[in-house]
Design a protein around this ligand. Structure first.
Ligand SMILES: CCCCCCCC/C=C\CCCCCCCC(=O)SCCNC(=O)CCNC(=O)[C@H](O)C(C)(C)COP(=O)(O)OP(=O)(O)OC[C@H]1O[C@@H](n2cnc3c(N)ncnc32)[C@H](O)[C@@H]1OP(=O)(O)O
Length: 165
């Protein structure tokens, strides 16, 4: 089920994230969606996304976990309230903590599968466990603690011109 991407529901002014903003032409433009109670994203690394030749750069893998985790947090918060992601008031999440464990080298080749499982949803905080798999084998696991963005942060972003986002 890859047809209803969380990031496509982010408002325009919050769609410049390097990892997942659909308006960031230089970014990764990650797309995440529900698969039952889990979330999933596919990402095809480019030949230059390498650490050593043949293996994916760890910082990129951390970015994928970060954006899939915050996207999952947002989607889970909406689902918890029983409403669609494009309804008001918006539920916007930032990363409070990002923990990444590299279990084995991630081969550069076909698409990577990123999967998220919600382990906690309480108040303004959502904890998401994320895996990154290549060729069906988990190479990286991570934990994202996402916290609903404070209102004052949103007010500041509204004042930024799109060119500088
Ligand atoms: C800088 C601009 C970012 C804009 C992003 C807009 C998002 C809009 C949504 C969609 C668009 C696209 C989305 C892309 C997002 C991609 C990911 C990123 O790159 S985000 C950028 C990197 N992250 C930051 O810059 C956060 C900086 N930190 C903060 O602003 C605060 O520290 C914040 C909001 C994370 C928490 O501060 P408090 O004062 O609002 O919340 P308190 O009350 O302290 O904590 C709430 C709960 O969270 C836990 N918590 C907070 N920080 C924690 C930490 N570091 N580790 C573990 N738990 C933590 C606390 O223990 C508490 O949990 P208990 O309710 O008690 O269970």
């Amino acid at each position: 089920m890859q047809n209803d991407n969380f990031q496509d529901h982010y408002p325009d002014e919050l769609s410049y994230c390097y990892g997942c903003g659909r308006h960031n032409e230089h970014g990764l433009q990650l797309k995440s969606s529900w698969d039952g109670d889990e979330t999933v994203a596919l990402f095809q690394p480019k030949p230059y996304h390498i650490a050593v030749p043949g293996y994916v750069y760890g910082g990129l893998l951390a970015s994928l976990i970060d954006c899939h985790g915050t996207g999952t947090a947002s989607a889970a918060a909406y689902r918890n309230e029983g409403r669609a992601m494009d309804t008001a008031p918006p539920l916007r999440f930032v990363t409070a903590s990002l923990q990444v464990d590299y279990l084995r080298p991630t081969p550069l080749g076909g698409p990577l599968e990123i999967r998220g499982k919600i382990s906690e949803l309480k108040g303004r905080k959502v904890v998401v466990n994320v895996t990154v798999s290549a060729d069906g084998e988990v190479c990286v696991q991570g934990k994202v603690i996402a916290v609903q963005m404070p209102e004052h942060m949103a007010a500041k972003m509204d004042a930024i011109e799109p060119e500088s986002k």
